[in-house]
Ligand binder design. Structure first.
Ligand code: MG
Length: 385
């Protein structure tokens, strides 16, 4: 079945309540999604994680090489896109464009073969997933500690068994918020921290040592993604498991992370690291290095659904008969693009979700909402006029 059309869209929403983390403030959510359409009208949706305009340009770059090609040969097309990008962009947002197209092709494959993506990935090992709530960002208020505690308690009341909070404001301030949240949620709920690479090795070590007593399930992106040595030394010197990988691309990026023994938990973002095709290979590589995989996810229900099918198929390292339910990231922050533009069958209830068993990803787009939030390219309109 041949590819007839590839339509990338940039969708934008100005947030009601801007929030920030260690690197910058979010005032707006801006996401690139893509619709790949076949000759018979069958279509699939994909999404790229990263600067939306750059990803859209990347999709437009790959489009001429994909039109008229067989959609079921998605791995062949992946190799083609990889080869076309190798000389210029071995990592970065062009790979997010590859990812977006790849995810859409998996959605199409599921629809054509009448199977959910998780089955096509090799079967559903985990029909039920226990996602963790991502939130606990910072807002510019006087009572931040109070608001963070309230938010953490909201996740607890919704049944989430784990939540991840931001750190990276400075060690003293971080400890204050970690202590307050742990005290509020009690000892049972798992708590993770994420600095988004805010710290040097020595700072990250100091923070780790000082928050070890709060039972932190992992410290995510403690140091710069370029600082492989810092990652390794930190991992050797703290009892807190170390997580990272949302800034790595393709199996080659993760190979560096694993060879340098940087992490306990690898966090590929399916919509950036090379799509479901490459994420599956990264999971295999992780198994060879005895590392666990818990994907990073930040976007619409298209991205979340891709992660759900991936985790549905994922094996735990090491395996055992009685394991905890697998987890994955579930962003709970304000996102109209996720909630209005995309429609999913996935229901999150009592902190659990089921892997959908409908064909493809089990996600669709509300065309009216797409038009409402779509970024109009002024230059192109002028040109058309
Ligand atoms: Mg993170």
């Amino acid at each position: 079945m041949k590819i007839a059309k590839i339509e990338p869209y940039v969708i934008v929403h100005k947030l009601d309540t801007p929030f920030y983390f260690s690197q910058w403030q979010y005032d707006t959510r801006k996401i690139c999604i893509v619709k790949v359409i076949l000759e018979d009208g069958t279509y699939g949706w994909g999404e790229g994680y990263g600067p939306a305009g750059v990803i859209k340009a990347g999709i437009e770059f790959f489009t001429p090489f994909l039109l008229g090609r067989d959609a079921l040969g998605h791995e062949v097309l992946w190799q083609e896109m990889y080869r076309r990008s190798l000389d210029y962009a071995r990592s970065g947002s062009l790979q997010a464009a590859v990812s977006a197209i790849d995810v859409a092709l998996w959605d199409i494959k599921g629809k054509l073969l009448d199977q959910p993506v998780s089955v096509l990935l090799g079967g559903v090992k985990n029909p039920v997933i226990e996602p963790y709530a991502t939130g606990l960002y910072f807002t510019r208020v006087d009572n931040l500690e109070e608001l963070l505690v309230e938010e953490a308690l909201l996740y607890k009341s919704q049944g989430f068994k784990a939540t991840k909070m931001k750190v990276g404001l400075g060690i003293k301030e971080d400890i204050k918020y970690v202590a307050a949240i742990r005290k509020a949620i009690g000892p049972e709920m798992r708590l993770m921290i994420d600095s988004n690479h805010a710290y040097s090795y020595k700072e990250a070590l100091e923070l780790s040592r000082k928050v070890e007593k709060y039972d932190i399930s992992w410290f995510e992106e403690p140091v710069s993604p370029e600082d492989y040595d810092g990652y390794r030394r930190l991992r050797e010197n703290t009892t807190i498991p170390i997580a990272g990988g949302e800034c790595e691309y393709l199996k080659f990026g993760f190979k560096r992370l694993f060879e340098n023994d940087c992490v306990d938990i690898a966090q590929p973002d399916i919509c950036a690291t090379g799509g479901l095709t490459e994420a599956k290979r990264i999971a295999t590589l992780a198994q060879a290095y005895n590392k666990d995989v818990i994907p990073h996810s930040w976007g619409t229900w298209i991205a979340i659904s891709a992660a759900v099918h991936f985790v549905g198929n994922l094996d735990k390292n090491p395996g055992r008969m009685y394991n905890d339910l697998p987890t994955m990231e579930l962003d709970r922050t304000e996102n109209a693009l996720r909630d209005e533009v995309t429609k999913s069958e996935i229901v999150v209830k009592n902190g659990l979700l089921n892997v959908p068993n409908t064909p493809g990803l089990g996600v669709d787009v509300d065309i009216d909402a797409l038009e409402k939030y779509r970024e109009i390219d002024e230059a192109k309109i002028e040109f058309r006029l």
